[in-house]
Design a binder for this molecule. Structure first.
Ligand code: HEC
Length: 489
């Protein structure tokens, strides 16, 4: 077992720190991708001749150009600046929460990340060049830059999508094959789905931008909004793509969404409901009736798109539990194959990192409990903040806690099995009880008196495997990943 220092974010659950930031980042990044496509479309509209025989260009040509420049300014400000900042922040937080997961991902996809970054650089350079010089360039040169920008932006999605989708559906049966893992079962549905989402966000942002342009009149705005509606039309394939996605992910992950986990189901419904509202509005009002859309409505729709993205990302991250890399690494950075060994030697025995505020605990057993909690539970639970153990188990008797903590993976199959020995388990039980009792300064140490034979029996019964019944066989095939996670011995 390799240990890394972990940060503590107080009452905020660690998983939520990454998730919350991730939602912003994904939304902004997808805006940048869809925005590129939308601007290519506008530039094409500005350049085209409506009839092949007519030498005249589109009467709205100048309007499209003006809108494009206005749109691009928003895109640069919001997406370049905030998108890049949140992107860096993602790296910064993931290494504090799950260094091992990131380690395996970097190890497995080293050159893919590098490739992704070159595309990102191209995106920034072409985008910035357009921003700085776009107005003075010929139509052709403008188009070239925009196409370059869009391709680069879309391809950074392409590369990153392979890595993210792999976390849920790794091709564990084919060790050694980078491309089998990259083009994993959920690669294509999630790539197409995200592309359509990007177009949706871009078009809705476009509707907001149209309404901020004071220099154009209502009629011109309507022309532009009708164009945005064309882009929104892509949403009709979303249900199909979602169905495709859900049909390729593992059955247990699908079950969380279909009622197996209330939180997952709710977030999925928020996401699907918000998408349906946007899609319904786009089809009924914008496309069929060619309605105008004002700034407030456009902003509301964009907020709905944000909710849809948030719900969707939450579900995508959530259904992977209890893994960050399915079958190969648990959410708490413990490799499945290590569990049996750590049951014997103890989880914290080799943990070199000192406990924060060690003097705040009245005895050594509670300190041990705090270490076990930190190493094993804290990625998904806090003690008394979000998803708090005190709220979930505070009212249980000592024996209920012992039994249930020993059988975590059966209690809720999205939890990994308990890792560590009976003494460590008892220490967490005491820690939760002490916290539920409002942390008195005096607390009995039960490390001689607790029913350890009983606890060992509970652990024995629970076994060391995951609680999922539909898990792919990970032994052998996941060996390579296990090696990557365990590092050089
Ligand atoms: C992969 C994330 C994850 C890890 C790691 C994890 N849990 Fe959980 N646990 C959850 C989730 C999610 C719930 C469901 C919370 C709810 O129902 O509101 C939960 C629920 C619980 C419950 C309540 C179960 C019930 O049936 O009411 C207990 C007790 C619990 N966890 C204890 C622990 C302990 C102790 C650890 C560490 C040894 C741990 N968990 C590690 C995700 C995790």
């Amino acid at each position: 077992m390799t240990y890394y220092p972990l940060n503590d974010f107080g009452p905020v659950m660690k998983g939520m720190v990454i998730g919350g930031l991730g939602i912003f980042h994904v939304f902004l990044a997808q805006f940048a991708i869809g925005g590129g496509m939308l601007m290519c479309y506008l530039q094409w509209l500005a350049m085209r001749r409506p009839k092949v025989t007519s030498p005249a260009i589109d009467p709205h040509s100048q309007l499209f150009r003006a809108f494009l420049d206005s749109y691009f300014k928003t895109l640069v400000l919001i997406s370049f600046v905030l998108g890049a900042l949140t992107g860096v922040a993602m790296w910064f937080t993931t290494i504090q929460v799950s260094a091992r997961t990131i380690g395996v991902m970097v190890d497995e996809f080293h050159w893919i990340w590098a490739t992704e970054w070159t595309f990102f650089c191209l995106e920034i350079v072409s985008g910035y060049t357009f921003y700085r010089y776009g107005k003075g360039l010929t139509d052709r040169a403008r188009m070239t830059l925009l196409v370059l920008y869009s391709i680069a932006a879309w391809f950074s999605l392409f590369w990153i999508n392979g890595i993210l989708s792999w976390q849920l559906t790794p091709a564990l049966g084919q060790p050694g094959s980078l491309w089998a893992n990259f083009f994993n079962p959920s690669f294509w549905p999630s790539l197409f789905f995200r592309t359509v989402v990007s177009m949706t966000i871009a078009a809705l942002a476009g509707c907001v931008v149209v309404n901020t342009m004071s220099e154009i009149g209502r009629e011109e705005r309507t022309v532009l909004i009708n164009r945005m509606a064309h882009f929104l039309g892509a949403m009709v394939v979303m249900p199909l793509l979602a169905w495709w996605y859900f049909s390729v992910i593992p059955a247990d992950s699908r079950q969380w969404v279909m009622g197996g986990s209330i939180a997952m189901t709710l977030f999925f419904m928020v996401s699907a409901g918000a998408s349906l509202l946007i899609g319904g509005y786009a089809v009924m009002a914008l496309i069929k009736q060619r309605l105008y859309i004002n700034g407030a409505t456009a902003t509301l729709l964009l907020a709905l798109a944000f909710a849809a993205t948030g719900g969707g990302e939450f579900v995508r991250e959530g259904v992977r539990k209890p893994y960050t890399i399915r079958g190969a690494l648990y959410s708490n950075s413990i490799v499945p194959d290590e569990v049996a060994h750590l049951r014997n030697v103890g989880l914290t025995t080799d943990d070199p990192y000192p406990l924060r505020d060690a003097q705040a605990y009245p005895n050594n057993q509670l300190r041990l409990g705090a270490m076990v909690f930190r190493d094993q539970c804290s990625v998904c639970h806090t003690m008394d903040g979000a998803n708090a153990l005190v709220h979930l188990a505070g009212s249980w008797t000592l024996d209920q806690k012992r039994l249930n903590f020993a059988k975590l993976q059966h209690l809720k199959t999205f939890m990994p099995p308990f890792v560590g020995n009976a003494h460590e388990l008892e220490a967490v039980v005491q820690l939760v009880t002490w916290n539920a009792d409002n942390r008195p300064t005096d607390w009995p140490d039960t490390s001689q008196t607790a029913p350890f034979t009983e606890i060992e029996r509970y652990l024995e019964q629970a076994g060391t495997g995951s609680g999922l019944s539909t898990l792919p066989p990970h032994t052998n095939s996941a060996d390579r990943l296990t090696r990557a996670a365990t590092g050089p011995q």
